[in-house]
Structures are given as C-alpha cells and as structure tokens.
Design a protein around this ligand. Structure first.
Ligand SMILES: Cc1cc2nc3c(=O)[nH]c(=O)nc-3n(C[C@H](O)[C@H](O)[C@H](O)COP(=O)(O)OP(=O)(O)OC[C@H]3O[C@@H](n4cnc5c(N)ncnc54)[C@H](O)[C@@H]3O)c2cc1C
Length: 460
C-alpha cells in the first residue's frame, strides 16, 4: 500500500496511538525528518514520536498488516542516508525515549532507552566512576540507539572495540508487534544464537530497538595525548609500527595525511609546521602513574623514528590537541564546498599503500582528497572534496569514489568500516558481499520482517 498519501483511516490510526504533538502530518513539521547527514531527502507520509514500547508495538502490528514502510530514526547524523524514507512510509523518531533506566556499579551495567545521546550516557557513567568506551566522533550529538544500529566505531576502538562489544542485551519490537528480549545483564552468555549482535549494525532493518543493556568498565583515572608530525605518510606509519613494536596499546591512534593537514592549515587549525606531511594523534589512558609511564614510553618509541614535531598534551593542553582532530570536518570545506565522505577499512598493514593509492587517484583526477581516521583499526576516512555544481568535477568525484571502493576491496578491506551502506553505497554492496552471504542475510531478514517493511530501499 505504498500510496503517496495516507488514507483517512490510516491517519486516524496514527493519531489514535500518538498524541497530536507526537504525530506529525504536515510537510512543514516533517521536513526536518526527511533528510540526514547524507543530505539526501525524501518526505515521509508521517512522523511519529513514541514514548514507550507499547506504542511502538501497536505501530508495527499495524504497519505489518498495512505493508507500510517504517524508518526508525534517532539524531539523523548517519552519513549514508539510512534514515531517508525513500519509499513512502512512516518515520519513527526515537528521541522521546531517552532515559537511563538503571546504572549499576555492582553489575557494571546500564539500562537505557535508545534515544539517549551517547555523550550524556558517558557523562552519567563517569559521574559514578564508570566508563562507556564507544566514542564515535559524533558522540556529542548522536544516540546510543543510532550507534548500536550502525555498530558505530570511533576513536577508542583500537583498545576498547566498537559499539557491538558493549551491548549485552536489548528489547526490540518486530514487525507484527512482537516484543523481543535478547541477552541480559551478564557479561557472558552463550545460550542460543546471538540475536543481540544481529541487531548491532542492522540499520533499522530488523525491528525497532526500544531498550538497551550496556556493558560498562571502570573509569580510567587519567589520559594524555601526543601529536606527532612526520615528513611523509610512510614515516608516520613507521611511527605507528614503533608504538606497537614497543608493546604499547594506545587508547586512540588517529592519523592525518598531507591533504588533511593542508585543509587544517588553511583553516588556521594546525599547530604543525609546513614541513609536516602526515601526523599521528595518540592517546594513552589508565591510572595517573600508568599514564605518566605510558607517555614516556610513547615518546621514546616515537623519537626512534625522528618525528619533525612532537607535541604533548595533558589536562587542558590535551583538549587542544584533540581540537585539531575535531576541526577536520569544518576545515575540509576550505578545499571545496562539497564532500563525498567515505570510510573504507583495510588490514592495518595496508594503510600506507591505501593512502598512497588514494593520493594517486587525487592527482590523476585533479581533486583534493583527504585521508584521515582510525589508523589503529585500518579505518580510513576518505573525503573526496569537489564542487558539485561543476559537472566535470562531480563526475570525477564519482569516479574517485568507485576507484576508492575497488582499491579497498583489492587490499582485502571493506567499503565501510563504520558508516554502513544505506543509500550512498547500496550500488556497491555486490562488489563486497557474495551471493551466498546475501542469500543468508535475506533469509534472516525475512524471519524478522516477512513483508520487508523495515527500512526498505537500502543496501545491506
Ligand atoms: C561529524 C560526524 C562524525 C561522525 N563520526 C563517526 C565515528 O567516529 N564513528 C562512526 O561510526 N560514525 C560516525 N558518524 C556517523 C553517525 O554519527 C553514526 O552512524 C551514528 O551512530 C548515528 O547515530 P544517530 O543517533 O544520528 O542515528 P541516525 O542517523 O538517526 O540513524 C542511524 C541508523 O540507525 C537506525 N536506528 C536509529 N535508532 C534506532 C532504533 N531505536 N531502532 C532501530 N534502528 C534505529 C536508523 O534507522 C538508521 O539506519 C559521524 C557523523 C558525523 C556527522
């Protein structure tokens, strides 16, 4: 029933379940829910804002019977168009469900609703001496539910893993209205298939998550960081290798290539001299004593590969070093007004080859392409900067994107380390996933969502 407009009984159903302020039907009120970080856009038929699982259950029972597409949505910071309602349907904003239901210092567990902003959860845990490690760069404005549904990675993944490693259990409402409970409060559980993990990275395609049980850790006492500038990308990789060879596992290991540093310089946000062509930003955490020792060991490991510049940050100075990393996104627009932001991942030892190959693509197509990201996980953010109003440059950017994906796959990598495929990469999924893999995935999805109403029209 993919009609362009809701029928009167359909509107009556929605406004019967959701009070007026939580059932948006006018284009003016729905416009903000038609797009996300991808900047792609499609107008929903309606937007609803549930406050509890029962409302979500009623909605999904109805949607299943009506064959009505459903698009779960949180803060809309996803960059691949996963929340965009490309087939006419209902957008379900989860932001009203944003409470901490329990935070327990004996179990080291938090029970939360999915619409909670990740940084708020981190702060609440820290106030009780606990630590929620997953830390996407968007943690200040994305939600825990969005992070679980995309299996968000982030800055601390090298030491602490990604979001899926912290989900112990969840409640999800399935099409048809069934409320599924998976996992629990134990940090280990091997009974049955791992349905909890199936939801991590499922991008709203299986059901709507309404509650999460998350693992917490003791809060590290202190952190310290180093920003190291090198004369080339290979020298920076030697720096990273020296850290690992010294037996050090940093809590974050980020890199920036020369295009990224150029953009930062143009924006006045780089503390590094022009001779620096690549940089590493490294963090260590632990007890006060452990961090002081870790910093010494990091410094001596890095000095072995003679960096051009080494800046150390503790306390307020540390924030300044991370501000450099945070400035990358705004600085990128100094190069061109438009961006294709890809997030390939390659085996860690292939990062230098991948970055050099991207530089070759950049030179050949005459486009500024920035490479930076989570070196520790081999996760490279490739920002293809261009001016979309110049047809030739737009075509070159598209070509660069296709070449970057082929490059990642040729190096044994993936077309997405953390953002997913959504709309912007849907056409490339076949290049990575074989038909057997996709058949099994389709079969699993069918069990949860036999009529294909959950987030239709997106890549795996
Ligand atoms: C500046 C910036 C930096 C970023 N940095 C990182 C980074 O370091 N690492 C990283 O991994 N990503 C990063 N991202 C991407 C984005 O922030 C993440 O994908 C984030 O997890 C999305 O969270 P959200 O709350 O905005 O979810 P949305 O974008 O609203 O939704 C994302 C997906 O989750 C689904 N979803 C949301 N809530 C639910 C629910 N309750 N039940 C079922 N499905 C649901 C949606 O259908 C959609 O498929 C960044 C984005 C920006 C703009």
């Amino acid at each position: 029933m993919n009609t362009r407009e809701l029928t009167r009984p359909q509107k009556q159903f929605l406004s019967g379940v959701f009070p007026e302020e939580d059932c948006l039907l006018s284009p003016e009120r729905m416009a903000a829910f038609s797009t996300d970080g991808s900047r792609l856009r499609a107008m929903p038929l309606a937007v609803v804002r549930p406050e509890n699982s029962e409302q979500v259950s009623e909605l999904l029972r109805w949607a299943h019977n009506e064959r009505m597409p459903i698009y779960a949505r949180a803060r809309g910071t996803g960059t691949v168009g996963n929340t965009v309602p490309v087939q006419p349907g209902i957008v379900v904003s989860m932001l009203r469900m944003d409470r901490i239901l329990d935070m327990n210092q004996s179990d080291f567990v938090a029970e939360v609703e999915p619409g909670m902003v990740t940084a708020d959860l981190q702060a609440a845990a820290a106030a009780k001496g606990m630590f929620y490690p997953p830390d996407p760069a968007s943690s200040g404005f994305s939600t825990v539910g969005g992070n679980v549904s995309t299996c968000a990675g982030g800055l601390r993944a090298i030491k602490y893993g990604v979001t899926r490693d912290y989900v112990l259990g969840l409640e999800a409402v399935l099409p048809g209205g069934r409320i599924l409970q998976t996992g629990g409060r134990t940090h280990k559980d091997v009974v049955g298939l791992d349905l909890t993990r199936l939801f991590a990275g499922s991008a709203g395609k299986l059901g709507i998550i309404t509650r999460l049980t998350l693992k917490l850790l003791p809060l590290p006492e202190a952190t310290a960081s180093l920003l190291a500038g090198f004369c080339s990308i290979n020298a920076a990789m030697d720096g990273a290798a020296a850290i690992f060879q010294a037996g050090i596992l940093p809590s974050a290991l980020e890199f920036m290539d020369r295009s990224t540093l150029n953009a930062l310089r143009e924006a006045g946000s780089s503390p590094l001299p022009d001779t620096v062509q690549a940089a590493l930003l490294i963090q260590t955490d632990g007890s006060e004593q452990g961090v002081a020792l870790g910093l010494n060991r990091l410094e001596s490991a890095l000095k072995r590969v003679t960096p051009e510049r080494l800046l150390i940050g503790r306390g307020a100075d540390e924030k300044q070093l991370w501000d450099v990393r945070r400035s990358i996104s705004p600085a990128s627009f100094k190069l061109r007004p438009d961006k294709m932001g890809e997030d390939i991942a390659v085996p860690r030892g292939k990062v230098a080859s991948a970055v050099e190959a991207v530089h070759e693509i950049s030179a050949r197509l005459n486009l500024p392409i920035m490479c930076f990201g989570h070196l520790g996980d081999g996760n490279i953010h490739v920002n293809i900067m261009h001016n979309a109003s110049w047809p030739e440059e737009l075509a070159h950017a598209q070509q660069a994107k296709e070449e970057v994906f082929r490059l990642a796959l040729s190096l044994g990598g993936t077309i997405s380390g953390e953002h997913g495929t959504g709309l912007t990469k849907a056409a490339f999924v076949d290049q990575q996933l074989g038909s057997n893999e996709q058949d099994v995935m389709t079969g699993i999805k069918h069990v949860f969502d036999p009529h294909g109403i959950m987030n239709p029209g997106k890549g795996w």
